[in-house]
Design a protein. Structure first.
Length: 133
């Protein structure tokens, strides 16, 4: 029985790893596009005579490209292992990620609640007030 459970857990982990791998390859492509944009911005800033801003944009593009390459070179399990080792070495990073995730989630929930109230207020038919002027 325990062997079967371990087998299913392993198969589930492999499936999750493949799905994460597909997602990270798509993310890597998007990140690489941003690296290209950063390089173009750096070139435009150099042409305008702003070398410090151009160097910053160029450095951002280089780091963004390195991030894309990192995402391409890792599968789901390796990413999880890297994340676990990072958070064990620096637990404040995990706390920061949790805080930012919570803020984003709270903002999304609040925005969806506002949209529901807005749609509800405009879905009611107009009823003129009685006894007007």
């Amino acid at each position: 029985m325990a062997l079967e459970v371990d087998k299913y857990i392993g198969a589930t982990g492999d499936l999750c790893s493949r799905l994460v791998g597909q997602g990270t390859s798509m993310l890597a492509e998007r990140v690489d596009e941003y690296a290209t944009v950063a390089g173009e911005v750096a070139d435009a800033l150099r042409e305008r005579g702003e070398p410090q801003a151009a160097d910053a944009a160029s450095m951002l593009g280089t780091r963004t490209s390195a991030c894309a390459e990192y995402l391409r070179s890792r599968d789901g399990r390796m990413l999880l292992d890297d994340f676990q080792s990072l958070t064990q070495e620096r637990p404040w990073i995990a706390a920061g990620i949790g805080l930012l995730g919570g803020l984003v989630l709270a903002r999304a929930v609040r925005a969806s609640m506002r949209r529901d109230v807005y749609e509800e207020s405009f879905s009611q038919p107009y009823v003129p007030a009685e006894g007007g002027a």
